[in-house]
Design a protein around this ligand. Structure first.
Ligand code: FPP
Length: 136
C-alpha cells in the first residue's frame, strides 16, 4: 500500500480535558488523567511511525488561575507519567525537551522532569517537546 508522506512535526494543544470530565460526570483531574493517557499513546504511535518531532502544549502560564486542587493534580500527573513511562520512552529511543519556565513547578515535578530529560538526553529518535508553564 502506498503511504502518504508523514508530517515532520506534530503539535498538540492538550485541550478538552475539562469537557471530557464534565461529560463523564467525574472530577476535572480525572479528565486530565484521561488526556495524559491519550498523550502516552500518541507519543509511542508517533515514534513508531517515524515522525521526527512532537510538541505538546501541556501547561500554560494562564493555567495557574485554576483551583489549587486542579493545578496540583496536573503536577502530580507529570510525576506519575515519568514514573510509569520512563522505561518505555527510553526503549523507544525518545528524546525530551522542556520548553517554558518549569523551574516554577513544585520540586517533585522538577525532579521527575530532570530525571526524565537526563535519562533520555542521548536518544536520537522522536524529539518530544513538552511546553510547561509557557506563555506567548
Ligand atoms: C487543558 O484542558 C489541559 C490542561 C490545563 C492540562 C493538561 C496537562 C496534563 C494532563 C499533564 C500532562 C503530562 C505531561 C507529562 C506533559 P482543559 O481543562 O482546558 O479542558 P477544557 O477546555 O475542556 O476545559
Amino acid at each position: 500500500m502506498e503511504r502518504k508522506p508523514l508530517p515532520a512535526h506534530v503539535g498538540i494543544i492538550m485541550d478538552g480535558n475539562g469537557r471530557w470530565a464534565k461529560a463523564h460526570g467525574v472530577p476535572r483531574v480525572m479528565g486530565h488523567n484521561a488526556g495524559m493517557q491519550s498523550m502516552k499513546k500518541i507519543v509511542i504511535a508517533t515514534s513508531n511511525m517515524g515522525i521526527k518531532y512532537l510538541t505538546v502544549y501541556a501547561f500554560s502560564t494562564e493555567n495557574w488561575k485554576r483551583s489549587t486542587e486542579e493545578v496540583s493534580g496536573i503536577f502530580n500527573l507529570i510525576v506519575k507519567y515519568v514514573n510509569s513511562e520512563l522505561e518505555e520512552l527510553d526503549a523507544n529511543n525518545v528524546h525530551i525537551n522542556i520548553f517554558g519556565q518549569y523551574d516554577m513547578l513544585p520540586q517533585a515535578s522538577i525532579d521527575a522532569i530532570d530525571r526524565m530529560v537526563g535519562r533520555l538526553k542521548d536518544n536520537d529518535g522522536l524529539v518530544f517537546n513538552i511546553a510547561l508553564n509557557y506563555g506567548g
